[in-house]
Write a protein that binds this ligand. Structure first.
Ligand SMILES: Cc1ncc(COP(=O)(O)O)c(C=O)c1O
Length: 372
C-alpha cells in the first residue's frame, strides 16, 4: 500500500531524500577530517573514529539517537524516510562536527553504474492513487471483494475462536510497543523485556509447559520453527530418516507449507464426518511410515471448531511410533482456563499458540520448542 500510494516516482523521491541526508552527513564528516569506510553508499555511512566510537555513541544517545557500534573505532549511521535535517545535525554534533552544506536530492554519492535503469511498479494501480480519498476508495473496493468475519461466518473456524477484540489489538500499534528497534541497546529495553518475561510466565501457567518463548512472530513462522526443533530433536537422536509429517485434512494451509519448508514430507490424515481425526486412517498412516515418522501437526480445537475427544489417543499413537506432536495454537483462546495443552500428550507435545513460542521442560524430555 505504501508503494500504491507513492508510486514509482514517489518511492524514488523518498529514496533520494534518504540518500541526500546520508550525503549531507558524509560531507560534514569528511570535511572535518573524519574518514569514511567507503565513498560509495546509499543510506549507511561508516565513520572511522579511532578509539572514539563509544564516546560518539554516548553523545548521540544523550540526544536521543542510537548509532551503531561497529567496533571501538567505527560508528555506523543509517538514514531512512523518517530522518530529518535536525537528526543529521544532532548526529554531526555527536562527532563534534557542524553541518554547513546540505546535499541536494537527485545527486548520487555512489557509482553511476549502480543506478537502476529498468522500470518498476509499472502496474496502473501504482499510478492511479495519489490522495487519501482515492486510497480510501481503493481499500474499500478491495474490502468489498473480501468474504470476511465482518460480513458473515467464514469457513476457517480458527479465526472465529482466536478473534481478538479491536481494543485488545490496539496496544500492539502503540509506538511504545511497536517502535522499538531490533538492535536497541539492552539498557534501553528493560521495560520491554520485563513485559515479555511476564507474558511468558502467564503463558507457562496457561499452557502447563515448563517454558515459553515469544519468538517468532506469526503462527506460520512458529510452525516452521517448531518443526525445525522437532527435526533437530530427531537428528540429535541419530534419527536422520524421520522426515514424515502427518497433517489432518482439516489443517490450516500453513501447516503443510511449513512442513515442506522445514524439509519434511507431508502425509495427510483423513477427518471423520464429524470433523475429528480419523483414528483408523491415522493408525494406517503411522504403520505405513513408522520408521520415517517425525511428527503430527494438530490444531486444538481444530479448524472445524471441534474439540477432538480422541486427542490423547492421537498423541499416544504418534508418540508410540517415535513421533512428536506439534500443536497449532491458533485456537488457544478457546482452551484458556479449560485445559492445559501439555496434558494432551504427556510431556512431549509442542504447542504453537500463535505469535508466541515456548521452550519446554528439561527433565530428560526432548529438547522441544513449543510455539504459541
Ligand atoms: C490454524 C491456523 N494455523 C496457522 C495459521 C497461520 O498463522 P499466521 O497467519 O499468524 O502466520 C492460521 C491463521 O489464521 C490458522 O488459523
Amino acid at each position: 500500500m505504501y508503494a500504491v500510494y507513492h508510486g514509482a516516482g514517489g518511492l524514488k523521491g523518498i529514496a533520494e531524500r534518504t540518500h541526500a541526508h546520508a550525503r549531507t552527513l558524509a560531507a560534514a564528516l569528511s570535511t572535518a577530517g573524519i574518514p569514511l569506510a567507503s565513498g560509495s553508499f546509499f543510506d549507511t555511512v561508516f565513520a572511522a573514529v579511532p578509539g572514539e566510537a563509544d564516546a560518539v555513541i554516548a553523545r548521540a544517545a544523550e540526544a536521543g539517537i542510537n548509532l551503531r557500534r561497529v567496533d571501538a573505532d567505527t560508528v555506523g549511521i543509517s538514514t531512512d524516510e523518517t530522518t530529518t535535517a535536525a537528526h543529521i545535525e544532532a548526529v554531526a554534533e555527536a562527532f563534534g562536527v557542524t553541518v554547513t552544506e546540505r546535499a541536494t536530492p537527485g545527486d548520487y554519492g555512489f557509482d553511476a553504474a549502480l543506478t537502476r535503469t529498468s522500470n518498476y511498479l509499472t502496474h496502473p494501480v501504482f499510478h492511479s492513487i495519489r490522495s487519501e480519498t482515492q486510497m480510501m476508495r481503493y481499500l474499500r473496493r478491495l474490502a468489498d471483494r473480501d468474504l470476511a468475519l465482518d460480513r458473515t461466518m467464514i469457513p476457517l473456524g480458527s479465526c472465529t475462536m482466536k478473534l481478538n477484540s479491536a481494543a485488545e489489538m490496539e496496544s500492539i500499534s502503540w509506538p511504545e510497543f511497536a517502535g522499538v528497534h531490533p538492535y536497541v541497546p539492552a539498557e534501553q529495553s528493560a521495560g520491554w523485556r520485563d513485559l515479555i518475561a511476564e507474558l511468558e510466565s502467564w503463558l507457562v501457567e496457561i499452557t502447563g509447559y515448563a517454558g515459553v518463548s515469544v519468538q517468532p512472530n506469526s503462527g506460520a513462522q512458529g510452525e516452521y520453527a517448531g518443526l525445525h526443533a522437532i527435526r533437530g530433536y530427531h537428528l540429535a537422536n541419530g534419527d536422520k530418516d524421520r522426515d514424515v509429517c502427518l497433517i489432518p485434512a482439516s489443517a490450516h494451509g500453513t501447516n503443510a507449507a511449513s512442513a515442506v519448508l522445514a524439509g519434511m514430507r507431508v502425509v495427510v490424515v483423513k477427518n471423520t464426518e464429524t470433523g475429528t481425526i480419523d483414528l483408523a486412517d491415522l493408525t494406517e498412516k503411522i504403520k505405513a511410515n513408522r520408521d520415517a515418522l517425525a511428527a503430527i501437526m494438530i490444531t486444538y480445537p481444530s479448524t472445524y471448531g471441534v474439540y477432538d475427544t480422541d486427542v490423547r489417543d492421537v498423541c499416544e499413537l504418534v508418540h508410540a511410533a517415535g513421533g512428536q506432536v506439534y500443536i497449532d495454537g491458533a485456537n488457544m483462546n478457546a482452551l484458556v482456563g479449560l485445559a492445559q495443552p501439555r496434558r494432551f500428550g504427556g510431556d512431549v507435545s509442542h504447542l504453537n499458540l500463535h505469535k508466541t513460542f515456548a521452550i519446554p521442560h528439561g527433565g530428560g524430555g526432548p529438547g522441544l520448542v513449543r510455539s504459541v
